[in-house]
Design a protein around this ligand. Structure first.
Ligand code: WT7
Length: 649
């Protein structure tokens, strides 16, 4: 948790014009409070159901919830066909832009046809409702088309971020039991083509059950080919009929699995289902971003490989008939104004991104955005980690021109959709706080015994009522689902894993994770996962990993390692080898910022590594209490050995 929380006394009122025409007004809180199920039922009524539900919520067997019991709908139909049927077929669904500057535009009618073709192709490949399909793609339209094609036929998609390694992909394919993998030859990142297919080949070789690999041609680079197993997307999809009748599935039919890091080395497969998920992502997207489908141009600048992309690039925006931007590359390629250029070009009105990106822009300087016309923007969003007031104010002034309210949205892979956030036409904004539970959501800050705190004392964030887009379980592991989230305060209280405090005005301030999970550039990485990768290297005997606060990425990964043989070279070369080893094992996002070779690790008498002390070292702080250490001289030994500054790349 962050030790010091800078504060900003100013508050920012909703712009009058926005408030006057906002999709939701102040009454929504009382309405939801009065009758929570009725409130969510009304939100679900914004979707098209083939069969209406009998019961809004079945919470008779907590923590296993069922929402909209008995209802049937097709998620893809709700995202596509119904807009076409209502006469909006010519509206743009996505302006897609590749990193090299190539573009593709999809209207709702075109996207519907592509998804129908892909759905027919999946069916031809033997994929049936309930089967799992792994998607390992760059940010290209086929990623969205594949997800929706799965949804259309009731297959469960499992998207793996393209930055993950073959190992990570293999373990996810195995855990989910995927029978098809959709990938591409490669994608463009930081100015060059980077390959994806080799990781799939490697992963599939080490798993059982994958019958086919469907390969999108993106970069044209050479690929190894396994005859009979591998198929080009263009060969299989293009020839299909663009007609496909969407079958309705049960509201609780599984929609997707998304793996996220937990406190152990094994990632958790978070399971989301159909009706409740779509209800909440659509409603929050409409309310929090004040989405006006006829005039807004919406951009979630994130990757579809994360939950942010699932909920706010794909399902929420499409369910609301938004026109969205989808961008393949990174912000600095080919130049640091790339994002601003896109905002100017497409007249983007709503931008949703992460604090780490804002802090990077701050580092580059305000003159970069100043060079572009950003006057189309009317609303901004932030997600992934606490946004420090300084970054909030910079974002407000330099990107938002002082006009745009910022929605700081707290949520998780597990929650599926926004949970704590201001509302743009209602809330006086307090920079740095995610402020209030969304209408229909019940959150509290509690102490270790579960007593509510509301006096600025630091406690734990819990959610005390079920919500429609909540995870339903951890794939294949109901016990772990109960243990991880619903055991600390009983089976009806969700433990989020975040520290928080509530101030006298009722604003909730998030203070970071309380478990061994790091947050690096808004990505969750488990300390244990990095530790187990390090000890998997032959040179390493023991490893301890901490997340140290980092001015740009929020936290940076700092590892302390003890080598196996005392004479082993502990020089720079080994450190670089170990960093690459972790990157290869888990993915480049998990590459430690810094690795320190030490002789000992600080441990309690019960043998637990005292990460708190290692964090003090990594953050260059005075050491905290060392009295519970077995050997307090260990800390001096470690400190003496430290290099002056962390290595960067
Ligand atoms: C964790 C969830 C939600 C999509 C992106 C991350 C942190 C997220 C905020 C915020 C403070 C935030 C929390 C949370 N977090 N948004 N607005 N303010 N912290 O999803 O990978 O599941 O991570 O990200 O620590 O528990 P995720």
């Amino acid at each position: 948790m962050s030790e010091t929380q800078a504060t900003e006394a100013r508050t920012f009122e909703p712009p009058q014009e926005l408030a006057a025409q906002a999709n939701v007004g102040p009454d929504v809180y009382a309405e939801a409070e009065g009758d929570r199920p009725a409130f969510w039922a009304k939100a679900a009524g914004r979707l098209t159901w083939e069969t209406p539900w009998d019961e809004v919520l079945d919470w008779s067997n907590p923590p296993f919830a069922k929402w909209f019991v008995g209802g049937k709908l097709n998620v893809a139909y709700n995202c596509l066909d119904r807009h076409v049927e209502a006469g909006h077929g010519d509206q743009v669904a996505y302006h897609w832009e590749g990193e090299p500057g190539d573009t593709r535009t999809f209207t709702y009618a075109q996207l519907t046809e592509e998804v129908c073709r892909a759905a027919n192709a999946l069916t031809e490949l033997g994929v049936q409702a309930g089967d799992r399909v792994a998607i390992y793609l760059p940010m290209i339209p086929e990623a969205v088309i594949s997800m929706l094609a799965c949804a259309r036929i009731g297959a469960v998609h499992m998207v793996v971020f393209g930055g993950f390694s073959a190992d990570a992909l293999a373990s996810r394919i195995t855990d989910a039991g995927a029978t098809l993998v959709i990938t591409s030859d490669g994608g463009y990142r930081r100015g060059s083509a980077s390959a994806l297919k080799p990781a799939v080949d490697d992963a599939v070789e080490r798993t059982e059950g994958v019958r086919n690999v469907l390969v999108v041609k993106r970069t044209g680079q050479d690929v190894a080919w396994s005859e009979g197993r591998d198929l080009w997307w263009d060969d299989v999809v293009a020839k299909q009929s663009s007609e496909h009748t969407a079958e309705a599935f049960d509201a609780e039919h599984p929609l997707y699995i998304m793996y996220t890091s937990g406190t152990t080395a094994k990632p958790k497969g978070i399971l989301h289902t159909s009706g409740g998920y779509l209800t909440q992502v659509a409603y929050t997207h409409w309310a929090v971003f004040d989405l006006k489908p006829d005039t807004d141009v919406f951009w979630t600048a994130a990757d579809v490989g994360w939950v942010t992309g699932h909920s706010y690039i794909v399902y929420g925006p499409l369910a609301n008939r938004a026109t969205s931007i989808m961008y393949e590359g990174t912000p600095e390629t080919p130049h640091r104004g790339r994002w601003f250029e896109l905002i100017e070009k497409y007249r983007v009105t709503i931008l949703y991104t992460a604090p780490t990106v804002i802090r990077t822009f701050m580092k580059w300087g305000a003159d970069v955005p100043e060079g572009f016309d950003l006057t189309s923007l009317r609303l901004l969003g932030s997600v992934g980690e606490p946004i420090n007031p300084e970054a909030w104010l910079w974002y407000h002034k330099n990107i938002g021109g002082g006009r745009c309210p910022i929605m700081d949205t707290w949520w998780q892979t597990e929650t599926g959709a926004h949970m704590l956030t201001p509302l743009p036409g209602v809330t006086s904004l307090v920079p740095g706080s995610a402020q209030h539970p969304f209408p229909g959501i019940a959150a509290k800050v509690v102490d270790d015994e579960g007593n509510e705190l509301s006096d600025d004392s630091t406690g734990l964030l819990v959610l005390t009522e079920p919500w429609p887009s909540m995870l339903r379980t951890i794939w294949g592991d109901d016990d772990r689902y109960v243990d991880t989230y619903w055991s600390r305060f009983g089976k009806t209280v969700y433990f989020a894993g975040d520290g928080a405090k509530k101030d006298a005005d009722g604003n909730i301030w998030l203070l970071g994770r309380v478990d061994d999970v790091m947050n690096v550039s808004g990505h969750r990485i488990s300390t244990t996962e990095v530790e187990s990768s390090l000890v998997g290297h032959p040179a390493v005997a023991e490893a301890a990993v901490v997340g140290a606060s980092d001015p740009t990425t929020g936290q940076g990964i700092v590892a302390f390692v003890i080598l196996r043989e005392s004479g082993t070279d502990s020089g720079d070369e080994l450190v670089q080898t170990l960093r690459s080893h972790v990157a290869k094992d888990i993915g480049p996002i998990a590459k430690p910022r810094q690795i320190m070779v030490v002789q000992e690790l600080p441990k309690t008498r019960s043998g637990k590594i005292m990460r708190r002390l290692l964090r003090d070292i990594a953050e260059n702080r005075e050491l905290g209490d060392v009295t519970t250490l077995t050997d307090s001289s260990v800390m001096n030994m470690i400190k003496d050995k430290l290099p002056a500054a962390p290595s960067e790349d």
